[in-house]
Design a protein around this ligand. Structure first.
Ligand code: NAD
Length: 474
């Protein structure tokens, strides 16, 4: 596996001012060095993106699409290399890593094919009103460590296809797949169009506050998102924030407990629970509780927790030590105040392994219920009245996703309509599609990614409002 990486600034692959360790969370050992950029290098990256932007914007959208498709083709040619590197730095099982890379390639191609044609808003009585859209300039992408590749390309593709240029900054614990993408981009994209700088959490404010950054697209925690929003205020910068969530799964009383348990288990434990829209609390009818718990216990105990590069592993380690400690503390608190429904086995070796755990009997204000756990642990709660469960699901500062499970699809859709979240899936989960807008409500986010709405976020709308002088008296 490749272990030497460079930053991408102005089309050149360059060393940083120093390097830092990248740790494999399945071994707790450093397996590669990441180059660290200085503030001066960040300035160079922004200046290069600014210089490259007019020529990039002057290309036709079809020409920019051709560049992006070449990048997608190059990723496809390196699919397995990306997958293995992603497992090594992030921890997820290899099949899930390969799926993230496949989804990333698909996302680039799908977004590169989108267009924002002029809208004619009026064309009558000699008055023509057109709304057209132009790029913003240089955009910053700041990404977290749970899906480092697909979250990045979901920012890069709409940014570039609309004629902007970009400076990207990955999370310090998962920078390498971003640098592998940078290496491919260096051979494909014109110099300065896409730049990557890496840090150990110190360059974020400098990037978001930089006077030549027109827009910040941020995915990460709500706490950091608030800082990003504050630092963008000075320059009245555009921001897109995709932040934390505490998604409820509401199981209706007509679903077989076995079916519900399987769906909820998968929705809670995929990527070791480190998904912004993971199922983070499950509500089941009191009458179904015992059977549901028996079924979800079987699935939990069958989990194979191990190094993601080992065949057969279904749950990898948690990505970093800080998250590992946070999730373990939440599990300890929940075990002390609730009832353990089931816990998987975990390997007795180094690595940030947390056994998938399901806990019942907690109050609505218990930390595991009220806060975002972002790890492989799920609280199961009961309800008797549909109005009550809707109110409890909505009683959160978050509003990212959510699921409703019901045999009567229309009834389930009626419940879904009343959940105050950006997306509510009915009888499915994680159906994220580059063609469909994705956004958070309340403190889960601001603005959209994906779809035409997401593309618009990288543009400025201009109204051209014209009348004919021929109607004027001579
Ligand atoms: P984080 O907020 O700690 O870090 C995210 C990124 O912000 C990193 O690149 C980090 O270096 C950078 N950063 C840190 N301080 C900064 C500052 N002051 N200014 C600018 N950037 C700064 O988040 P995380 O722990 O890496 O990710 C987990 C969180 O991300 C969870 O809350 C999860 O729900 C959320 N998330 C949301 C979505 C979504 O689409 N809504 C998707 C994935 C993850």
């Amino acid at each position: 596996m490749k272990t030497d990486f460079k930053l991408l600034i102005d089309g050149k692959l360059v060393d940083g001012v120093s390097t830092f360790d990248v740790v494999n969370p399945a071994t707790e050992e450093s397996f590669a060095q990441c180059p660290r950029a200085s503030e001066a290098m960040l300035d160079e990256a922004v200046a290069a993106a600014k210089a490259a932007q007019p020529a990039w914007a002057a290309l036709s959208a079809d020409e920019r699409q051709a560049y992006l498709n070449k990048l997608a083709d190059a990723m496809e040619a390196h699919h397995e290399e990306f997958g293995r590197l992603l497992t090594a730095e992030q921890g997820k099982p290899l099949d899930q890593a390969m799926y993230e890379i496949g989804g990333s390639i698909y996302t680039i191609r799908a977004i590169a094919a989108m267009r924002l044609p002029d809208q004619t808003m009026r064309d009558a009585g000699g008055n023509t009103i057109i709304e057209h859209r132009t790029p913003l300039g240089v955009c910053a992408a700041i990404t977290p460590w749970n899906f480092p590749v697909i979250l990045l390309v979901g920012k890069m593709a709409p940014c570039l296809i609309t004629g902007n240029t970009m400076v990207a900054k990955p999370a310090p614990t998962t920078p390498l797949t971003t640098l592998l993408l940078a290496e491919l981009a260096a051979d494909i994209l014109p110099a300065g169009v896409f730049n990557v700088v890496c840090d150990q959490n110190e360059l974020g404010p400098k990037l978001t506050g930089h006077p030549d950054i027109a827009k910040v697209s941020f995915t990460g925690s709500t706490a950091t998102g608030k800082k990003v929003m504050a630092s963008a205020a000075e320059g009245v910068k555009r921001v897109t924030l995709e932040l934390g969530g505490n998604d409820a799964a509401i199981v209706l009383d007509d679903v077989p407990a076995k079916v519900a348990a399987e769906k909820v288990y998968n929705g809670a434990m995929a990527n070791a629970g480190q998904i912004c829209v993971a199922i983070k609390r499950a509500y089941v009818p009191t009458a179904m509780y015992d059977e549901f718990c028996a079924e979800i216990a079987k699935l939990t105990k069958a989990a194979v927790v191990d190094d993601g590069s080992k065949q057969g592993a279904t749950v990898g380690p948690v990505q970093n030590k800080m998250q590992y400690d946070k999730v373990l503390a939440m599990i300890a608190d929940a075990k002390a105040n609730g009832t353990l429904i089931a816990e998987a086995a975990k390997p007795d070796k180094a690595g940030y392994f947390i056994a998938p755990t399901v806990i019942g009997g907690l109050s609505d204000d218990a930390p595991l219920v009220a806060e975002e756990q972002f790890g492989p642990v799920l609280p199961v709660l009961t309800y008797d009245d549909i109005e009550d469960v809707i109110q409890r699901a909505n009683d959160s500062p978050f509003g990212l996703g959510g699921t409703v499970w019901g045999m009567d699809q229309l009834r389930a859709m009626d419940v879904a309509r009343r959940i105050n979240s950006g997306t509510v899936w009915v009888n499915q989960h994680l159906a994220i599609d580059p063609n469909i807008p994705f956004r958070g409500s309340k403190q889960s986010g601001l603005g959209s990614e994906h779809g035409t709405a997401g593309l618009m976020e990288y543009t400025q709308a201009h109204i051209i409002n014209a009348v004919s002088l021929e109607a004027e008296p001579a």
